[in-house]
Design a binder for this molecule. Structure first.
Ligand code: ADP
Length: 529
């Protein structure tokens, strides 16, 4: 049996770290899975962004190639006179970004331009023609591709970006080249907004286009976070890159950061709650254990307290019965012992019963208008015989006019008897116990002062707790049950007062309990004022 509390305590000490570790593991798992979930979500956003970037880049390639094909379908490269005439008819509608179409003779050493069809004739065309012959043709990697194959050249010449679509063809044993000159500024100003700035797209994504040096050609600057994806135009404007940011991805990043903070706070809070809960349980269990020890001591003490006077009563009763008390003097002495011991027994039983009522919350007080000095006086008289027998003088002093108050007379008597009984028990060497009744500013005060050893400071805080027995009791083996002062406290509080202990000078302790002035009838207050 003695091992049980130790085993329980061991269990608690093992359980406590186990639970704390458990909470942290749980928090870790929660974090990890939420992190993985975020990663997954992020991945799916990245995939969606990539898909969108591909689709958007392809859109431009498709538009340019569609125009190239439109040009190709109406062009007649065999007839220089009419070359491009048909195209010019459809140019404005079907090929809005094509500025001019040229026919080059690749077989001639000078690579002559055989025909030019331009939507806007002017000096620009001449400049372009020269640029084509001197620079662009050599960049086109000609001769290697099969006839008819559509190819593109995207390059910057003299600070200006050019896009050319071109294909070769054989005619009358000559190799010809058709060059379609796309107007890049027009692509940027007309086609990009058409392709990338539609309202529906803008809600879920933002797009820009940057050139080979990273300068923005079209669109707003985009954040460089992991969720902005770039994709080069594969076929046409292949020197440029299209960047896409999903607006939902930006929102996601903000939401993730916010949720992470929230999760951290929640995990920390639940950790605190769990740990606080454990501490409360451990403290409560410890308190319960101590109380249960005190209760066992109480049962043992009370049984002993009951047994001692009972055996005395029985012993002196038997002496009287057997006629061994031969003188009337002795008989009176024996009878006196029997009476005082049975009084002690009755007082103890009364204490225990009252205390049991208090414990069960059933202590019912019966208040009536009474005089506090009278009630205290009666209690002192009840103790006087015993005090005299022990050579102690009980001195009662009533200081000034004490107004009548609503009191439970029996309860007040029990409180005073308990205090005087303690004074006699714990101060056996004292010569006097002073009892006083006084009125202070807000209370009526009853005080019992002895010349005993006083109360050690450690004990002062606890002596009013039920079942608690102080050093003065346990060290000197003074009889008692540890419920007297708890009862006094309850009685004082029931009378709107309180109880405490002071050190007495030069030695001893001075116990006081009070009755609140609220218990004093208003008429009485006026009288005593
Ligand atoms: P009990 O006297 O039965 O032990 P109480 O509740 O009356 O229980 O008192 C609680 C403790 O307070 C006592 O055990 C004792 O240590 C201490 N005590 C009470 N009155 C005095 C006193 N007059 N002088 C010294 N110690 C006292």
């Amino acid at each position: 049996m003695a091992d049980r509390p130790r085993r329980e305590r061991l269990l608690t000490f093992l359980l406590l770290p186990a639970i704390i570790v458990g909470v942290f593991v749980l928090a870790g798992v929660m974090f990890r899975s939420s992190f993985q979930l975020e990663k997954l979500r992020e991945q799916s956003v990245v995939e969606a962004t990539l898909l969108l970037a591909n689709e958007k880049a392809d859109r431009l390639d498709k538009r340019i190639i569609e125009q190239d094909n439109a040009v190709r379908s109406v062009l007649d490269p065999t007839d220089r006179e009419t070359f491009g005439a048909k195209w010019l008819e459809i140019a404005a509608i079907q090929t809005p970004t094509v500025r001019a179409v040229l026919l080059v003779d690749l077989s001639s050493p000078a690579r002559d331009v055989l025909a030019v069809a331009s939507r806007a004739p002017g000096i620009e065309n001449e400049r372009f023609r020269r640029l084509l012959v001197h620079s662009m043709l050599s960049d086109m990697k000609l001769g290697g591709s099969p006839p008819g194959e559509l190819r593109h050249l995207h390059k910057t010449y003299r600070g200006q970006s050019y896009l050319l679509s071109h294909w070769e063809l054989d005619h009358e044993s000559r190799r010809l080249l058709v060059v379609v000159w796309h107007d890049v500024p027009r692509i940027v100003h007309d086609l990009f907004p058409q392709l990338y700035a539609d309202a529906q797209d803008a809600q879920q994504s933002r797009v820009n286009v940057v050139d080979g040096d990273g300068r923005i050609v079209f669109g707003p600057p985009l954040s460089r976070g992991g969720l902005t994806l770039g994709r080069q135009f594969e076929t046409t404007l292949y020197k440029w890159t299209l960047n896409v940011t999903m607006t939902s991805a930006e929102e996601l990043a903000v939401a993730v950061a916010r949720r992470r903070v929230l999760e951290m706070v929640l995990v920390a809070l639940s950790g605190i709650v769990v740990i606080a809960g454990i501490i409360v349980i451990v403290v409560a269990a410890e308190r319960e254990r101590k109380l249960s020890n005190l209760k066992s001591d109480f049962v043992a003490n009370v049984s002993h307290e009951l047994k001692t006077p009972l055996s005395l009563v029985r012993m002196f009763g038997e002496l009287l019965e057997s006629g061994r008390a031969d003188t009337p003097e002795k008989r009176r002495q024996y009878l006196q012992i029997i009476v005082s011991e049975s009084e002690r027994l009755a007082a103890l039983i009364e204490n225990v019963l009252d205390f049991a009522k208090v414990e069960r919350g059933k202590a019912a007080y019966d208040f009536s208008e009474s005089s506090l000095p009278d009630v205290v006086g009666r209690a002192v008289e009840a103790c006087r015989v015993r005090a005299e027998r022990e050579g102690v003088a009980l001195e009662l002093e009533v200081k000034g006019d004490i107004p009548n108050a609503l009191l439970d007379e029996r309860a007040i008597e029990i409180a005073v008897i308990n205090l005087v009984d303690n004074a006699l028990k714990y101060a056996p060497d004292g010569k006097r116990v002073a009892i006083s009744v006084a009125r202070t500013a807000r209370q009526l005060e009853v005080r019992v002062t002895d010349e005993g050893p006083g109360i050690p400071n450690d004990d002062k805080k606890r002596i009013f707790e039920r079942f608690f027995r102080g050093k003065s009791a346990t060290q000197k083996r003074v009889r008692g049950s540890g419920i007297g002062l708890a009862l006094v406290k309850h009685i004082a509080e029931a009378h709107g007062g309180s109880t405490w202990v002071d050190d007495a000078a030069p030695r001893g302790s001075s116990f006081a309990f009070t009755v609140g002035l609220a218990r004093v009838l208003p008429s009485e207050l006026e009288k005593s004022a």
